[in-house]
Every structure is written in C-alpha cells, then in structure tokens.
Design a protein. Structure first.
Length: 246
C-alpha cells in the first residue's frame, strides 16, 4: 500500500464503526489521519490508541450538518499537515420507519446528515483539491443506494442521492480528482441505535443484521480504492457478507 503512506486522510463519523475502523487501518498503513465526529471523548480514545501504535493522527469535534464546521475541519487538516489528499464522507444515520408513521423530524435528520453532510464535505474539500490539482472523495453509501424496501424508503433515498451526486461529481471534476463510492451491505455499526421504534429495531435485527461484516472489511475496501495509482479511479465497490442475497 505504497500509495497510502503519508497521505492525509480525513474521516467524518470517525468515532465508531466504519469510520473508526478506517482510521485505525489507514493509520497502520502509514496515512496521516484526521478524525471528525460529535463524540469527542471517543475520538480522544481512538487517537490515543493510534498514536500508541505508532500512527499519526489528529482529531476535532465535527457536526456534518453544519457547513461551517466542515470548512473548519478541512482548514484544521491543512494547518496540521499542509494538504488534504482524501476525504472519507462516512457520517450517517438510519432511523428506519414506515412513511405512514410520519417521522418527519427523523427524515430531516437523515437528509441533513446522510445527504447534506456529504454535500457540505464536497463543498469544503473541492476548492482545496482543485488548487492542489489532486484529491480523492470516498463517499460511504450502502447497498441501499441501489435498493429500496419498506421502512427504509427515506434512508434509501438519501443513499441513492449520494450515489447520483458522486457520479455527477466524477464526471465534472478534472482528471486528477478521484471519486469513489463504497456501498456496504450488513456491517457491524451503531446504525441500529438511531432507530426510535422498538418494533422496527427488532425487525431490522432479524431481517438485516445477520452474518454481519466486520467494520474492518469496509476499511479494507476503502484502502483498496485509496492505494491505486493516481490515474486509476475505482468508482464503486459493493461489499456484502457472502450470505446476504438482497
């Protein structure tokens, strides 16, 4: 993974799950990782353990629903390391519910985090990437970016949107800026904790949370995309447990 060493990689939603696993894995491969999330205590613990293992890490509080904070996140990384090579837009929520339940506030939160948070990240990073004439967006979607089912309609809509935005961005930006989407299947994470309805949570566990991938599997997929030569743009990686059929 020679093309990972010394790259400055920013990760949103880095306080647990895929974000945490990616931070640990890329730091172990020599990347300089910059972590952002709302739970600063988690980031402190993760950063201390990465440093103890010999990795290079910085962290700061980040709420991706606040566009100014994304700008500050990118500026923080530039101040620390002088450049930004990769932005992993990972932060996400999944409060499943039927549309007829009219959980409008939960819809708003998903749109704010899953969709607008990615757009804010793109808006903050793109001018930097253009000035450098290099950069890499890695947007974490889900198999929900190509599938839809009851209870997951709004969640799927946000992930479909990120997939479309990523493809449009890839076509619009210059050849030296890469765009990748990583679409995980059922993966160990804290997403279920965002489901407010106990019955929906139980159904999600029974239907979708069997034979889970470890978060490290997604970290490996991200690393694969990042490590490619500059003229190779891995546009999509779909990663499912081998037992998952949908």
């Amino acid at each position: 993974m020679l093309n990972i060493k010394d790259k400055v990689v920013l990760i949103t939603g880095a306080s647990s799950g895929i974000g945490e696993a990616t931070a640990r894995f890329l730091a172990a491969k020599g990347a300089k990782v910059v972590l952002g999330a709302r739970r600063i205590e988690n980031l402190q613990t993760i950063a201390a353990e990465i440093q103890a293992a010999g990795g290079v890490v910085r962290f700061t509080a980040l709420d991706v629903t606040q566009k100014e904070q994304l700008i500050e996140f990118l500026q923080f990384a530039q101040t620390q390391f002088g450049r930004v090579d990769v932005l992993v837009n990972n932060a996400g929520l999944m409060p499943l519910s039927l549309i007829e339940h009219l959980k409008v506030e939960e819809w708003d939160k998903m749109i704010d985090v899953n969709l607008k948070g990615v757009l804010y990240g793109i808006a903050a990073a793109l001018p930097i990437f253009q000035a450098q004439n290099s950069g890499h967006f890695v947007n974490i979607t889900s198999i929900a970016d190509r599938w839809v089912g009851p209870t997951a309609t709004i969640y799927c809509a946000t992930k479909h949107a990120v997939r479309v935005i990523s493809e449009g961005l890839r076509q619009e930006v210059g050849s030296n800026i890469r765009v990748t989407i990583i679409a995980p299947g059922a993966t160990e994470s804290e997403l279920l904790n965002t489901i407010s309805n106990p019955e929906m949570k139980k159904a999600a566990i029974e239907q979708f949370r069997i034979d889970l991938l470890p978060a490290e599997a997604i970290a490996h997929a991200i690393a694969y995309a990042v490590e490619q030569p500059a003229n190779v743009d891995v546009n999509e990686i779909v990663v499912r447990p081998s037992a998952q059929k949908y």
